[in-house]
Design a protein around this ligand. Structure first.
Ligand SMILES: NC(=O)c1ccc[n+]([C@@H]2O[C@H](COP(=O)([O-])OP(=O)(O)OC[C@H]3O[C@@H](n4cnc5c(N)ncnc54)[C@H](OP(=O)(O)O)[C@@H]3O)[C@@H](O)[C@H]2O)c1
Length: 246
């Protein structure tokens, strides 16, 4: 894991089905957790200086990455935080739509990270609706550099990443995640093409897997709220028997 110097503490928060999906294969089902989980999401946002997501999540209807109203603004202030968090999106090729709901309200401020190779026409459109569009990295956004920028220039000490699977995977592979919060929901969606919490490229060998330590569990109704710490211990190398197959 990249040493956490000059970058925010990063936690990923996702709702997953019992079969490990974060949406249906056709993306028609994108919300499946309880109202309690929605409050949990807002409560976690109210612990952070910034909330981050990928372009496809940002393009989804209903995604505003907002604070959640006066109650959560007060909660933030009582925790010694600014009244609102910063909203941050990663869109390497600037495929984030300028009419996405996240841009309909100018507050909290929205920063979009794009790659230097993003088409200038699309970048210009985003510049009209975002508070800032920052180029970081050549073909893909250099996520470590983006986090350092947020830490240095926007004072972001704690950041909640809310997916989707492609962005999460890149964050895990870059060693930029400190905690994972999962709400395990009592539904099965199935579907080979349905996204999971970490899609993208994944890792080619077990030794490179992100290792997690379960540090908290809470049951509420039929949902489980799980908190994992990303382990800093070195991965075990060499051949391992697959215990499940033996
Ligand atoms: N259940 C949950 O808690 C939950 C939470 C969030 C999202 N979701 C669901 O997840 C789905 C979206 O997930 P997804 O995996 O398809 O997409 P995603 O991760 O939200 O967005 C992917 C896009 O983000 C940009 N991106 C990600 N990593 C990048 C990097 N390292 N460098 C440059 N650009 C990067 C790219 O934008 P460009 O195309 O512009 O290059 C890429 O196409 C939606 O259906 C959403 O509803 C579920």
């Amino acid at each position: 894991m990249e040493a956490r110097r000059h970058r925010p503490f990063v936690l990923i928060n996702m709702a997953i089905t019992a079969d490990g999906k974060i949406a249906s294969a056709n993306r028609a089902i994108e919300t499946f957790s309880s109202d309690r989980d929605q409050l949990h999401l807002l409560d976690l946002r109210a612990t952070a200086d910034a909330v981050l997501c990928g372009a496809k999540t940002g393009n989804s209807s209903g995604v505003t990455l907002g604070v959640g109203g006066a109650r959560f603004r007060r909660l933030r202030l009582s925790r010694g935080l600014a009244e609102t968090h910063l909203r941050v999106l990663v869109s390497g090729q600037a495929r984030l739509h300028e009419d996405a709901e996240v841009f309909r309200n100018p507050s909290p401020a929205v920063i979009v990270f794009v790659a230097r190779t993003a088409p200038i026409r699309r970048v210009r459109r985003l510049r009209k609706v975002a508070s800032g569009v920052i180029a970081m990295g050549e073909r893909r956004v250099d996520l470590a550099a983006a986090l350092r920028w947020l830490w240095r220039f926007r004072g972001v000490k704690r950041l909640v990443c809310e997916g989707g699977g492609e962005l999460n995977d890149a964050m895990f592979r870059a060693g930029l995640v400190d905690e994972v919060h999962l709400t395990l929901c009592p539904k099965l969606l199935g579907g080979r093409e349905a996204p999971t919490i970490a899609d993208g490229m994944g890792v080619p060998a077990l030794a490179m897997a992100t290792r997690l330590e379960l540090i908290r569990t809470r049951r509420a109704g039929d949902e489980l709220f799980l908190t994992y710490r990303v382990s800093r211990r070195a991965a075990v190398r060499g051949p391992r028997r697959n215990a499940r197959a033996s």
